[in-house]
Write a new protein. Structure first.
Length: 139
């Protein structure tokens, strides 16, 4: 999802778009999968008097309206990204960077269809981790 699309949807939903919220949205786009603290550190470069609460409240609002996805992996630190088409994430165990990967494993629908009657799947999470190409070069 583009920054312009998020800003447009914000307006369509009747939500107030402050300069700080707009900048958080822009940073989400630029940074890929930042944590709230990473967003805060970048936000105060432009808005030195902004609080952590501004970042958390903006993320919460964007998430409630389906404009942001919160990613929680085994490291228990939440990362955020602008909402987009279904995809998976690869997390490098060395540098902790998160990479987008195209979803499309044909076996998943079979897994869901093999569930016994009465099970309702609300969602799923696939966690892929290992070493990225840059960190592999160092090893």
């Amino acid at each position: 999802m583009s920054v312009e699309s998020v800003l447009r949807q914000f307006k369509e939903k009747g939500l107030r778009m402050t300069p700080q919220r707009a900048h958080v949205t822009k940073l989400l786009y630029e940074m890929g999968h930042p944590t709230a603290d990473q967003l805060y550190c970048r936000l105060i470069e432009r808005y030195p008097y902004v609080s952590h609460a501004t970042v958390y409240n903006t993320l919460k609002l964007l998430k409630e309206h389906g404009l942001v996805t919160e990613l929680t992996h085994s490291d228990r630190v939440s990362h955020y990204e602008l909402a987009q088409a279904e995809h998976w994430h690869f997390t490098c165990k060395s540098c902790k960077e998160i990479f987008d990967m195209e979803a499309g494993e044909p076996g998943l629908p079979r897994v869901f269809s093999s569930l016994q009657e009465g099970f309702v799947v609300d969602g799923y999470r696939i966690e892929i981790y290992g070493t990225c190409p840059n960190c592999s070069k160092v090893l």
